[in-house]
Design a protein around this ligand. Structure first.
Ligand code: FDA
Length: 301
């Protein structure tokens, strides 16, 4: 309870204080930090997906800077031979400014990546953007087959229907499946953790049934065990799916997934706008705040 209360008041605390808890979730402020981190990951046997932090932008100029920064990242992925793709968010590309402007910005980055044979994952934000994101994903794949994938969230009540819709509109879908992180209203999202888990495994089953390539994005042992069973049930090969985790979360699980021979991708965010992302992560696991405070008081790091 206390940890949760502290995590909820994080947005009102000084940035320098929040940074104490939050730094483990981001590679750093600069693209070089993400490149360096990806090199380390690759040495460990994992791959990455680089994400430039900064979302819900209302400024055209900022959205255009995001386009330029992602191009810089893509150039470096090629020149440094990094084992990584990129993840992007519609609201960082101007979805709040104008949907057409956002679409053109995303198309520009996906095309730039496609020419370099680098895959782009379009992250899923909150429900006002769900239809837009799915349709954009399908449209860009018509124009540039295999160029990008998107994300479905198991807390959303519509997810099984979305899987059917996507399967009807693309030969082989490429979907990251996660629980979902935004504070959604009850009309659209399940609030009960058990139901979210059930829906995760039902969605994964349906995705595999429809022969989708799936990025299984969870740190939840129950869901990982359930995923192992479904991988077995469908007799899948190692290149039919991958596991995905967030930077800074459960490093011991990384070792297990790699030791079991799965492809493992780590979400690697960087950028100056680290605060909203880090607060979401801290709220996800308020216990971290408590143990960090204890460590801090004892003079630990
Ligand atoms: P759960 O939250 O139950 O965590 C399971 C266990 O993992 C916890 O008990 C704890 O031990 C550990 N853990 C989890 N989060 C932690 C944290 N922050 N700090 C420390 N330990 C933690 N969401 C979304 O809405 N749209 C998106 O596009 C994405 N993209 C995405 C990419 C990738 C690669 C991942 C892994 C996740 C996302 N998410 C996301 C976030 C996702 O929806 C979800 O919020 C988190 O993955 C946490 O859910 P888990 O399934 O890990 O379960």
């Amino acid at each position: 309870m206390l940890n949760e209360l502290i995590a909820n008041t994080m947005p009102f605390m000084p940035k320098s204080f929040v940074r104490l808890f939050a730094q483990k979730y981001v590679a750093g402020k600069y693209p070089e930090d993400a490149f360096q981190y990806t090199e380390d990951l690759n040495r460990e046997g994992a791959v990455g997906t680089i994400d430039l932090l900064g979302e819900f932008t209302e400024e055209r100029e900022k959205a255009r800077e995001t386009v330029d920064m992602y191009k810089h990242v893509l150039d470096n992925i090629v020149s440094r031979k990094l084992g990584t793709n990129i993840s992007i968010k519609p609201t960082a590309f101007g979805a709040l400014v104008n949907m057409d402007f956002c679409t053109e910005n995303i198309r520009e980055v996906v095309k730039y990546a496609y020419e370099k044979k680098i895959f782009v994952r379009i992250d899923m934000e909150d429900h006002p953007y769900t239809d837009f994101t799915i349709d954009l994903y399908l449209q860009l794949n018509k124009e540039m087959p295999g160029s990008c994938g998107t994300v479905l969230q198991s807390y959303m009540k519509r997810t099984l229907k979305d899987i059917e819709y996507i399967a009807e509109n693309i030969d082989r879908a490429n979907i990251r499946l996660c629980k979902g992180i935004y504070n959604e209203p009850e009309e659209v999202a399940y609030k009960d953790k058990k139901k979210v888990n059930e829906n995760f495994l039902d969605a994964l089953d349906l995705l595999f049934k429809n022969k989708a390539y799936v990025g299984i994005a969870t740190h939840d042992d129950y869901l990982i065990d359930g995923s192992y069973e479904l991988i077995k049930k469908y007799g899948l090969n190692k290149d039919d799916y991958e596991f995905q985790m967030l930077l800074g979360v459960r490093s011991e699980l990384r070792k297990k997934l790699l030791a079991d021979g799965h492809l493992l991708r780590i979400y690697t965010p960087f950028g100056e706008d680290w605060l909203p992302y880090s607060i979401r992560r801290l709220k996800e696991n308020p216990a971290i705040v408590g143990s960090a405070i204890k460590g801090f008081l004892k003079g630990g790091k």
